[in-house]
Design a protein around this ligand. Structure first.
Ligand code: ADP
Ligand code: ZN
Length: 712
């Protein structure tokens, strides 16, 4: 019995009549003083456990069993991530309420032998209404029959009509997928054909296409084919909250909305969707990465749109990469997997089989690709406290005068990333983290973006007490909006960040306002770079392209290219040509040069070569170990212990332990190891044999991050 608790091994329980329920069955068992829901696992229980110490299974649940494919996905995901199998199971059983019956409602129907003699006209209406209909709720029945609720109630008491109980979670709207296929271009058709023809055989594809090439239309063809073959489909999107435009397209194509799965759902929505998926009644789900753990009895196709997106890596709790889990699940389901995007990761590009790399090279719309120009901020140096150079200001003005829309991109929330005291030089920082506090003006406060710590904006320096000497250093999007309001008086500006967009509805509102051209300039963080399609948007400005290039991140260049390339793709998507202006202090950097020359292939080739030389992914494998605890000395001591136990292999390089760049996070001191292994090494297995024997004191926590995306 595998339990959704942080244990690797299944637990043994007694079965009353000696026959164990088949693997996958959900059962309720005692665990200490608690009752817990577990799943019958395939492995035989440990024979060393004495039979007379075993406790019995209490109940077998009504919930459909977890499929073999899902159970193997759990096992393999645990092996890959070094998380306990029970912790992965917990991601599957993420909605405990879904394992209970739902709220009950009473419906009324006719008895087998209805009494109709001597009924008055109103009662006869009720009988006639029910004779023509499914069982109805009292209020609905009263309305349909045109009588008062009191009559229906009285008839129930007199036994003239009969109550039945209905589990409201058991009701699903009938989904009929119909809708209009879109005529495809020759290039789109070829890619769609390849996917559709290969569906049955399974395996994975890379669908790469320039922004606006119609990748969505292509993979919706595969979705259609899969649904027709009677197998369910899962589509993963990175920013599900921003999917209003996407959902609209799905609806136009198929005539129904798919089921949604993301963190913004209500508890009732989660419960109903989980149950309906488990019963095999849901045919299409669109969701965030956690949807990979939904209990589909079988799955025919997984699509990951914008598959390079960083949100596909879960960084806390169980650390996993949704791309890895998707590949594991697709393999066990014998389903097809399609990774979609304009800028696939180097890992995907290197791993894909040649015949399975589908390319869309032309935009669908007649507009040419946007022209991209660099602005050298070293030469065109705006005065202190000013962040929009003359070239960018002129472009924004011209776009406004032409009646078109612009976007201004800066990947920084808030007003300013740093507040300094001009009297003593003190920098306001977080008490819990190695990080500056960001000032926010819309909701006035200083905030740590790592731990959420917040305090009011001070009027004096907390260090020296000087009043009115605090100065903002550097820009955030709020400060850019302030500057822009001075540059374009009267223009309609909006800011889009996670601070201004709290819900799917708020995001849809902003997107709607852009579409209706009620906004002239949209200023924002990477939220504005996602797959939006705004016909009147012709100019994209990048305030500071260098932000992501600093630091020791292996993928800094790759990520910056992905982000700016995707962002550029928003400009001029219909008939009018688009232009992109990138402000940078490093115009000679390979990323900037590749963008300006529109040479993605060249950039990828050069970047791959560098990785190959360094033995970095995709030509080697990385893992990070992070030790954290409240006492710095204890953490250091324990990390030295781990270092002493490290395996010594020629193919494996162990760097560290060293204080993490984010040395203090949420009040915990952190030490990091980086492990670099040659590709033939089974890195998870190596880590397991190294780390499993080591027992750490309670206050020190060890996190294992296989294929790390973050190096903080
Ligand atoms: P991508 O995802 O590659 O950026 P999209 O799938 O969003 O591109 O397509 C860009 C725009 O072109 C969308 O408005 C889409 O509806 C339109 N489009 C693409 N292909 C077709 C087609 N075959 N017929 C009609 N419209 C299309
Ligand atoms: Zn903090």
């Amino acid at each position: 019995m595998l339990l959704p608790l942080p244990f690797d091994e299944p637990f043994a329980y007694l079965v009353e009549d000696g026959t164990a329920p088949p693997p996958g069955t959900l059962v309720r068992v005692p665990f200490g003083p608690r009752r817990i829901t577990g799943v019958v696992w395939d492995t035989a229980p440990d024979p060393k456990v004495a039979r007379d110490r075993l406790r019995p299974i209490e109940a077998v649940l009504d919930t459909p069993p977890l499929s073999t494919a899902l159970r193997r996905t759990i096992d393999e995901t645990a092996a890959e991530t070094l998380a306990e199998a029970g912790s992965i199971l917990r991601l599957v059983l993420s909605v405990p309420a879904a394992l209970e019956p739902g709220p009950i409602r009473i419906l009324w129907r006719l008895p087998a032998h209805p009494t109709i003699e001597a009924l008055d006209a109103r009662r006869m209406k009720v009988i006639e209404t029910l004779a023509r209909s499914e069982p109805l709720q009292a209020s609905v029945l009263a309305r349909k029959a045109g009588v008062s609720a009191a009559i229906v109630k009285k008839m129930g008491e007199d036994g003239l009509i009969e109550p039945i109980e209905q589990d409201t979670d058991a009701v699903v709207a009938e989904e009929t997928f119909a809708g209009a296929p879109v005529p495809l271009t020759a290039e789109q058709k070829a890619a769609a054909r390849a996917l559709v023809d290969g569906l049955e055989a399974g395996g994975w594809w890379l669908l790469e296409g320039v922004p606006g090439s119609g990748k969505t239309e292509v993979y919706l063809e595969a979705v259609d084919a899969c649904l027709r073959a009677g197998r369910p489909v899962l589509v993963l999107l990175p920013e599900i909250a921003l999917g209003a435009q996407w959902l609209g397209r799905f609806e136009r194509r198929f005539g129904v909305t798919p089921q949604l799965w993301h963190s913004g759902l209500t508890a009732a929505q989660r419960r109903r969707t989980w149950k309906a998926v488990a019963r095999g009644e849901v045919r299409a789900v669109v969701g965030a990465r956690s949807a990979l753990f939904l209990p589909f009895p079988e799955l025919g196709l997984i699509v990951m749109d914008e598959a390079h997106d960083t949100s596909f890596k879960q960084e806390d709790g169980v650390i996993y990469d949704a791309r890895t889990v998707a590949a594991i699940r697709a393999r066990h389901e014998h389903a097809a997997l399609v990774l979609v995007g304009a800028t696939p990761t180097l890992e995907s590009l290197e791993a894909v089989a040649p015949g399975r790399h589908l390319l869309l090279e032309a935009r669908y719309s007649p507009a040419p690709e946007p022209s991209i120009a660099l602005v050298d901020l070293r030469r065109e140096k705006p005065p202190a406290g000013v962040f929009l150079g003359e070239a960018l200001r002129a472009a924004l003005r011209a776009t406004l005068d032409a009646g078109e829309q612009s976007m201004l991109f800066l990947n920084r929330r808030g007003y300013a990333p740093l507040t300094i005291c001009r009297a003593c030089g003190f920098r306001l920082h977080c008490p819990n983290c190695t990080a500056w506090l960001t000032s926010h003006h819309y909701r006035p406060r200083l905030q740590c973006h790592h731990c959420g710590y917040a305090r009011p904006l001070p009027d004096h320096c907390p260090e020296c007490g000087a009043v009115d000497f605090l100065a903002s250093s550097g820009p955030g999007v709020e400060r850019i909006a302030e500057e822009l309001a001075g540059v374009l008086p009267g223009a309609r500006l909006e800011v889009m960040t996670s601070d201004t967009v709290h819900s799917a509805a708020a995001a849809a509102d902003l997107v709607g306002a852009m579409l209706d051209h009620r906004i002239d300039v949209l200023i924002g963080t990477q939220l504005i770079a996602k797959g939006h399609h705004f016909p009147d948007l012709t100019m994209v400005g990048v305030v500071d392209a260098d932000i992501g290039l600093g630091g020791g991140d292996l993928r800094a260049a790759e990520r910056t290219f992905q982000l700016l390339y995707q962002l550029s793709g928003r400009a001029g998507r219909e008939s009018r040509p688009g232009s992109v202006l990138i402000q940078t202090r490093q115009p000679d950097h390979p990323v900037m040069q590749a963008l300006a020359r529109n040479d993605r292939a060249g950039f990828v080739a050069a970047e791959l070569e560098e990785r190959r030389m360094a033995g970095m992914p995709p030509f080697g494998r990385l893992a990070a170990l992070i030790l954290a605890g409240p006492d710095a000395e204890t953490v250091r001591r324990q990390s030295r212990r781990i270092a002493r136990a490290a395996p010594e292999l020629e193919e494996v390089l162990i760097l560290g332990p060293a204080p993490a760049p984010l040395t203090l996070l949420r009040g915990r001191y952190r030490e990091r190891f980086l492990i670099k292994a040659e590709p033939q090494i089974d890195l998870p297995a190596l880590l397991r044999s190294w780390l499993t024997p080591i027992r750490l004191p309670r206050q020190v926590r060890l996190q294992v991050d296989v294929d790390p995306q973050s190096f903080l």
